[in-house]
Design a protein around this ligand. Structure first.
Ligand SMILES: C[S@@+](CC[C@H](N)C(=O)[O-])C[C@H]1O[C@@H](n2cnc3c(N)ncnc32)[C@H](O)[C@@H]1O
Length: 237
Protein backbone atom coordinates (compact mmCIF):
# COMPACT_ATOMS: atom_id res chain seq x y z
CA UNK A 1 0.00 0.00 0.00
CA UNK A 2 1.39 3.39 -1.04
CA UNK A 3 0.14 5.81 1.56
CA UNK A 4 -0.16 9.44 0.46
CA UNK A 5 1.78 11.81 2.71
CA UNK A 6 1.37 15.55 1.94
CA UNK A 7 4.76 16.16 3.56
CA UNK A 8 6.31 13.91 0.92
CA UNK A 9 3.91 13.83 -2.05
CA UNK A 10 6.36 12.33 -4.56
CA UNK A 11 8.22 9.64 -2.58
CA UNK A 12 10.96 7.46 -3.96
CA UNK A 13 10.06 3.76 -3.89
CA UNK A 14 12.10 0.88 -5.22
CA UNK A 15 10.96 -0.67 -8.48
CA UNK A 16 8.70 -3.62 -7.84
CA UNK A 17 7.86 -2.56 -4.29
CA UNK A 18 4.26 -1.75 -5.19
CA UNK A 19 1.67 -2.58 -7.83
CA UNK A 20 0.66 -0.35 -10.73
CA UNK A 21 -2.83 0.11 -9.32
CA UNK A 22 -1.30 1.28 -6.01
CA UNK A 23 0.77 3.84 -7.93
CA UNK A 24 -2.36 5.08 -9.74
CA UNK A 25 -4.34 5.29 -6.47
CA UNK A 26 -1.48 7.29 -4.96
CA UNK A 27 -1.54 9.62 -7.99
CA UNK A 28 -5.30 10.13 -7.52
CA UNK A 29 -4.59 11.37 -3.96
CA UNK A 30 -1.81 13.67 -5.22
CA UNK A 31 -4.08 15.15 -7.90
CA UNK A 32 -6.80 15.82 -5.30
CA UNK A 33 -4.24 17.40 -2.96
CA UNK A 34 -2.89 19.60 -5.78
CA UNK A 35 -6.44 20.59 -6.65
CA UNK A 36 -6.80 19.36 -10.22
CA UNK A 37 -10.33 19.71 -11.59
CA UNK A 38 -10.38 17.12 -14.33
CA UNK A 39 -14.17 17.11 -14.69
CA UNK A 40 -14.34 20.52 -16.30
CA UNK A 41 -11.36 19.77 -18.52
CA UNK A 42 -12.12 16.30 -19.78
CA UNK A 43 -15.61 17.04 -21.06
CA UNK A 44 -13.96 19.18 -23.72
CA UNK A 45 -14.76 18.03 -27.24
CA UNK A 46 -11.89 15.82 -28.47
CA UNK A 47 -12.78 16.71 -32.07
CA UNK A 48 -11.43 20.20 -31.26
CA UNK A 49 -8.00 18.71 -31.80
CA UNK A 50 -8.81 17.03 -35.06
CA UNK A 51 -9.76 13.61 -33.72
CA UNK A 52 -8.54 10.31 -35.08
CA UNK A 53 -9.50 11.10 -38.68
CA UNK A 54 -7.05 14.01 -38.65
CA UNK A 55 -4.40 11.74 -37.16
CA UNK A 56 -4.78 13.12 -33.64
CA UNK A 57 -5.09 11.11 -30.43
CA UNK A 58 -5.55 12.91 -27.12
CA UNK A 59 -6.71 9.88 -25.10
CA UNK A 60 -9.78 11.81 -23.94
CA UNK A 61 -11.74 8.54 -23.83
CA UNK A 62 -9.50 7.40 -20.94
CA UNK A 63 -9.25 8.75 -17.40
CA UNK A 64 -6.34 11.08 -16.53
CA UNK A 65 -5.03 8.29 -14.30
CA UNK A 66 -4.86 5.98 -17.31
CA UNK A 67 -3.10 8.30 -19.77
CA UNK A 68 -0.67 9.93 -17.33
CA UNK A 69 2.38 8.42 -15.63
CA UNK A 70 1.99 7.94 -11.85
CA UNK A 71 4.00 10.45 -9.81
CA UNK A 72 6.00 7.75 -8.01
CA UNK A 73 7.10 6.36 -11.37
CA UNK A 74 8.13 9.83 -12.57
CA UNK A 75 10.24 10.24 -9.42
CA UNK A 76 11.87 6.84 -10.10
CA UNK A 77 12.72 7.64 -13.72
CA UNK A 78 14.15 11.06 -12.90
CA UNK A 79 16.31 9.56 -10.12
CA UNK A 80 17.56 6.93 -12.58
CA UNK A 81 18.68 9.54 -15.10
CA UNK A 82 20.39 11.44 -12.25
CA UNK A 83 19.11 14.87 -13.21
CA UNK A 84 21.36 17.68 -12.13
CA UNK A 85 22.37 21.27 -12.80
CA UNK A 86 22.14 22.18 -16.48
CA UNK A 87 19.79 19.35 -17.38
CA UNK A 88 16.66 20.13 -19.34
CA UNK A 89 13.76 17.69 -19.48
CA UNK A 90 11.30 18.01 -22.34
CA UNK A 91 8.01 16.17 -21.97
CA UNK A 92 6.67 15.53 -25.47
CA UNK A 93 2.92 15.48 -24.85
CA UNK A 94 2.90 16.45 -21.18
CA UNK A 95 -0.87 16.48 -20.41
CA UNK A 96 -1.10 18.21 -16.98
CA UNK A 97 2.69 18.44 -16.58
CA UNK A 98 3.13 15.99 -13.71
CA UNK A 99 6.87 15.88 -14.39
CA UNK A 100 7.18 19.60 -13.59
CA UNK A 101 5.56 19.15 -10.17
CA UNK A 102 7.97 16.35 -9.22
CA UNK A 103 10.95 18.37 -10.48
CA UNK A 104 9.93 21.45 -8.47
CA UNK A 105 10.43 19.50 -5.24
CA UNK A 106 13.24 17.09 -6.09
CA UNK A 107 15.21 18.35 -9.08
CA UNK A 108 15.30 22.09 -8.59
CA UNK A 109 18.50 22.66 -10.52
CA UNK A 110 17.06 21.22 -13.72
CA UNK A 111 14.69 22.82 -16.16
CA UNK A 112 11.33 21.53 -17.38
CA UNK A 113 9.66 22.25 -20.71
CA UNK A 114 6.41 20.59 -21.70
CA UNK A 115 4.42 20.55 -24.95
CA UNK A 116 0.74 19.67 -25.08
CA UNK A 117 -1.85 19.87 -27.85
CA UNK A 118 -4.93 20.29 -25.60
CA UNK A 119 -5.38 23.91 -24.59
CA UNK A 120 -7.63 23.03 -21.67
CA UNK A 121 -5.00 20.71 -20.15
CA UNK A 122 -2.38 23.45 -20.50
CA UNK A 123 -4.70 25.96 -18.84
CA UNK A 124 -5.54 23.65 -15.95
CA UNK A 125 -1.87 22.75 -15.39
CA UNK A 126 -0.99 26.46 -15.19
CA UNK A 127 -3.82 27.18 -12.75
CA UNK A 128 -2.79 24.36 -10.41
CA UNK A 129 0.91 25.28 -10.71
CA UNK A 130 0.18 28.81 -9.48
CA UNK A 131 -1.42 27.46 -6.32
CA UNK A 132 1.28 24.84 -5.87
CA UNK A 133 4.18 27.31 -6.06
CA UNK A 134 2.60 29.37 -3.26
CA UNK A 135 3.21 26.38 -0.96
CA UNK A 136 6.82 25.70 -1.92
CA UNK A 137 9.51 26.33 0.70
CA UNK A 138 10.80 29.93 0.59
CA UNK A 139 14.30 28.79 -0.42
CA UNK A 140 12.99 26.95 -3.47
CA UNK A 141 14.82 28.48 -6.40
CA UNK A 142 12.13 27.26 -8.79
CA UNK A 143 10.71 30.80 -8.36
CA UNK A 144 13.83 32.41 -9.72
CA UNK A 145 13.89 30.29 -12.84
CA UNK A 146 10.23 29.88 -13.65
CA UNK A 147 7.49 31.45 -11.60
CA UNK A 148 5.11 30.33 -14.32
CA UNK A 149 4.98 26.78 -15.59
CA UNK A 150 7.11 26.19 -18.68
CA UNK A 151 4.41 24.55 -20.77
CA UNK A 152 3.51 25.33 -24.37
CA UNK A 153 0.30 24.57 -26.24
CA UNK A 154 1.65 22.97 -29.39
CA UNK A 155 0.96 20.26 -31.93
CA UNK A 156 4.28 18.42 -32.01
CA UNK A 157 3.56 17.08 -35.47
CA UNK A 158 3.02 20.43 -37.12
CA UNK A 159 5.36 21.13 -40.03
CA UNK A 160 7.07 24.20 -38.66
CA UNK A 161 7.70 22.96 -35.13
CA UNK A 162 11.38 22.72 -34.24
CA UNK A 163 12.44 20.28 -31.54
CA UNK A 164 14.30 22.26 -28.86
CA UNK A 165 17.47 20.75 -27.46
CA UNK A 166 17.37 18.88 -24.18
CA UNK A 167 19.41 16.40 -22.19
CA UNK A 168 16.35 14.23 -21.46
CA UNK A 169 13.25 13.70 -23.60
CA UNK A 170 10.23 11.96 -22.13
CA UNK A 171 7.83 10.45 -24.62
CA UNK A 172 4.80 8.45 -23.52
CA UNK A 173 2.65 7.37 -26.47
CA UNK A 174 1.64 10.99 -26.81
CA UNK A 175 -0.48 10.77 -29.92
CA UNK A 176 -1.37 8.97 -33.10
CA UNK A 177 1.16 6.65 -34.73
CA UNK A 178 1.88 9.10 -37.52
CA UNK A 179 2.57 11.91 -35.03
CA UNK A 180 4.84 9.72 -32.89
CA UNK A 181 6.74 8.69 -36.04
CA UNK A 182 7.28 12.36 -36.96
CA UNK A 183 8.64 13.22 -33.53
CA UNK A 184 10.95 10.18 -33.39
CA UNK A 185 12.32 11.29 -36.75
CA UNK A 186 13.01 14.76 -35.32
CA UNK A 187 14.84 13.13 -32.41
CA UNK A 188 16.89 11.03 -34.85
CA UNK A 189 17.91 14.12 -36.78
CA UNK A 190 18.82 15.90 -33.54
CA UNK A 191 21.02 12.97 -32.50
CA UNK A 192 22.80 12.94 -35.84
CA UNK A 193 23.18 16.67 -36.03
CA UNK A 194 26.92 17.44 -36.21
CA UNK A 195 26.28 20.68 -34.30
CA UNK A 196 24.57 18.84 -31.42
CA UNK A 197 26.06 19.72 -28.07
CA UNK A 198 26.11 16.19 -26.82
CA UNK A 199 24.13 13.02 -26.44
CA UNK A 200 20.75 12.89 -24.77
CA UNK A 201 18.53 10.38 -23.05
CA UNK A 202 15.07 9.33 -24.18
CA UNK A 203 12.67 7.91 -21.62
CA UNK A 204 9.98 6.05 -23.48
CA UNK A 205 6.73 4.73 -22.13
CA UNK A 206 3.89 2.95 -23.90
CA UNK A 207 3.56 0.20 -26.46
CA UNK A 208 3.30 2.39 -29.55
CA UNK A 209 6.51 4.32 -29.00
CA UNK A 210 8.41 1.17 -27.94
CA UNK A 211 7.38 -0.67 -31.08
CA UNK A 212 8.39 2.23 -33.29
CA UNK A 213 11.77 2.59 -31.59
CA UNK A 214 12.61 -1.10 -31.95
CA UNK A 215 11.26 -1.25 -35.53
CA UNK A 216 12.78 1.87 -37.01
CA UNK A 217 15.21 3.54 -34.60
CA UNK A 218 18.14 1.26 -33.94
CA UNK A 219 20.19 4.31 -32.89
CA UNK A 220 18.03 4.23 -29.75
CA UNK A 221 16.95 0.59 -29.64
CA UNK A 222 20.56 -0.60 -29.43
CA UNK A 223 21.43 1.78 -26.60
CA UNK A 224 19.28 0.74 -23.66
CA UNK A 225 20.42 2.21 -20.34
CA UNK A 226 17.62 0.84 -18.17
CA UNK A 227 14.44 -1.09 -18.74
CA UNK A 228 11.58 -2.15 -16.50
CA UNK A 229 7.96 -3.16 -16.89
CA UNK A 230 6.76 0.38 -17.63
CA UNK A 231 9.51 2.47 -19.18
CA UNK A 232 12.84 2.25 -20.96
CA UNK A 233 15.71 4.71 -20.89
CA UNK A 234 17.74 4.96 -24.12
CA UNK A 235 20.90 6.90 -24.87
CA UNK A 236 21.17 8.66 -28.24
CA UNK A 237 24.71 7.43 -28.94
C1 LIG B 1 -0.29 9.50 -22.89
S1 LIG B 1 -0.39 11.21 -22.42
C2 LIG B 1 1.12 11.34 -21.50
C3 LIG B 1 1.14 12.52 -20.56
C4 LIG B 1 2.44 12.72 -19.77
N1 LIG B 1 3.61 12.71 -20.63
C5 LIG B 1 2.59 11.65 -18.72
O1 LIG B 1 3.32 10.68 -18.98
O2 LIG B 1 1.98 11.78 -17.65
C6 LIG B 1 -0.01 12.00 -23.96
C7 LIG B 1 -0.42 13.48 -24.07
O3 LIG B 1 0.05 13.95 -25.37
C8 LIG B 1 -0.92 14.83 -25.92
N2 LIG B 1 -0.80 14.85 -27.41
C9 LIG B 1 -1.37 14.03 -28.31
N3 LIG B 1 -1.02 14.38 -29.57
C10 LIG B 1 -0.22 15.45 -29.45
C11 LIG B 1 0.46 16.26 -30.40
N4 LIG B 1 0.36 16.02 -31.71
N5 LIG B 1 1.20 17.29 -29.94
C12 LIG B 1 1.28 17.54 -28.61
N6 LIG B 1 0.67 16.80 -27.65
C13 LIG B 1 -0.06 15.76 -28.08
C14 LIG B 1 -2.25 14.23 -25.46
O4 LIG B 1 -3.25 15.22 -25.51
C15 LIG B 1 -1.90 13.74 -24.04
O5 LIG B 1 -2.21 14.73 -23.09
Amino acid sequence: MLKFDPANPFPLHAEGSHSYSEAKDHATCVDAWLGFRFGSVEVADPSLYGGEEAGKETWSHLSPQAYQTPYVEIRQMLELVQLGAGDRVIDLGCAFARVAFVMALHFRKSEFLGFEICADRVREARRVWQEFTKCLPADNDVFERASSLNIVEQDLASEGWILPSATVYFIYDFGSEIDVRRVLEKLRLAAGNPGAEGDFLVISRGRRVHQLIYQSHAWLGENVVHRNLHFTIFRSR
